[in-house]
Design a protein around this ligand. Structure first.
Ligand code: ATP
Ligand code: MG
Length: 197
């Protein structure tokens, strides 16, 4: 490609990008859903949270399912003055095998989530594995949708989980699906500190 063709193509591209940027004029918080079976949903949510905190934004995390191990991100972020981190669930269903306890834990977590969704002090909320609560019918999705719609205008919310309830998808601003093409676990690699948790 000659320099002049390259220059023309790039000028056209810039005009197209500039036109799109000029159209995006709204200033408001967004609802981001990170779904799919691939690895990278929670780590993306916490990466985005780090980005916000870097700009001095106040954030809160609710982990709706407590893993077996304390995660590196919890250890890293828990004492940060701009972050409130709540580990709420009490384990994976297939490990606890106690549905009524799971439901109580889910409802307690939701009470807190609803409070945070009314609090303008928080610029970003991360609800990790919230979607799982609907899959197992621990929570109804309608009150969650209602609370999300009523939240402060500038508040950003990120929800992660492999499957995402349709009513959440209907009101989301950004939905990214992380596709599972390959995972080391299936090749026999043990879960490791700093990669899996
Ligand atoms: P991460 O926290 O690494 O961003 P995730 O949030 O996308 O992962 P989850 O569905 O929450 O993934 O699963 C959490 C754990 O399971 C992590 O330890 C992750 O490495 C692992 N994992 C994620 N996807 C897969 C997969 N397709 N096969 C096996 N293990 C997976
Ligand atoms: Mg996750």
């Amino acid at each position: 490609m000659t320099d002049s063709i390259h220059k023309t193509r790039m000028a056209n591209k810039k005009a197209a990008v500039d036109a799109k940027i000029a159209k995006a004029t709204q200033e408001r918080g967004v609802l981001i859903l990170l779904k799919g079976n691939g690895k990278g949903k929670s780590s993306s949510a916490f990466g985005t949270m780090a980005r916000s905190v870097g700009h001095g934004k106040r954030c809160a995390v609710i982990q709706f399912i407590k893993g077996r191990m304390e995660t590196g991100e919890f250890k890293f972020f828990k004492d940060h003055p701009l972050i409130d981190w709540h580990v709420m669930g009490h384990g994976f269903t297939w490990e606890t095998q106690n549905k009524s306890l799971d439901i109580i834990a889910a409802q307690k977590a939701w009470v807190l989530a609803e409070e945070l969704l009314q609090n303008e002090r928080y610029d970003m909320l991360v609800f990790d594995e919230l979607s799982y609560m609907f899959k197992y019918q621990y929570l109804d999705v309608e009150p969650v949708v209602a609370a999300l719609k009523k939240r402060p205008a500038m508040q950003n919310v990120i929800i992660t989980g492999r499957t995402m309830a349709l009513p959440l998808q209907e009101i989301a601003d950004t939905i990214s699906s992380v596709q599972d093409e390959r995972h080391a676990f299936r090749q026999g690699v043990k879960a490791q500190v700093g990669i899996e948790f």
